[in-house]
Design a protein around this ligand. Sequence first.
Ligand SMILES: [Zn+2]
Length: 285
Amino acid sequence: MAAATGKRVRVSPARHAELVGTIEAMHRWREQGGDQGKCPRCKVQAAAESDPTFSFIVRYRPACDCVRVPTPEEEAELSAARKDRRRVEEIRQFRQSQHDYVRDCVGAVHLRSGFGTFHCHTDSQRRARDAVKAFTGNPWALILSGPPAVGKTHLAVSWMRRCWRRSLPAAWMWETRASAEWRKSFAEGVGEADAFIDSLAEAKALVIDDFGVVSPTANGWIVAMNTILCYREAHQLPTLITTNLSSADVARIYGERVASRLGAGIGLRVDGPSGRARESQNGPL
Ligand SMILES: [Zn+2]
């Protein structure tokens, strides 16, 4: 019934065990000879069930009290409960993999970061939160700029989680680490390095955290960053960027091309009391 309507079927562990026990006992009874017409334990002749049209014996039902015959409703309840448990397990694994991704790529301090745990202290934080919540990639980029520890990364994590909930695979790129990984990937060949850049350029949704925190002399990386941003702008792929840089700094480090591409996105300045100062005033969030 519940399975047919696609609703969640919640079966208590005790009820689940009871259903499994009843149905398994019946299977055991049949395997041990109950399908031959006599109860394997007490040898009482079982009742034959015949096909109503042709009147040949379809199966035996126990006529003794050695096993209880599960009703068709119980069989259906168990199969729906099994399906539900599989789904619950899949969801659990999916959440676990998201948890691991945030811990490994963003950091353990952001495991609980989400829109619900973001506290606004200033109008610019409120505006940033609303813009990030509404950001779907039209235009392609949303740039949060401002001093450290005003919640830019917190909002970026919240947005990444929202993408995941909407089945949009979102990736996290911390520029400092990405440039180091990219340099390392050259050891495995230019193809590997290109594939690494492609994976970032083509990500369905991407967060670039701490944009601009690389050595300005890392020329190769500047070119790679150009490739990523050009591709993403050309294909209008949603990209959320956090940075401490002003647009003038971006133009100076990455060149006018990158600066003008980013200029086509939504730029928001975020200010507020630093998160660290807040913690010492109000205790940890
Ligand atoms: Zn029996």
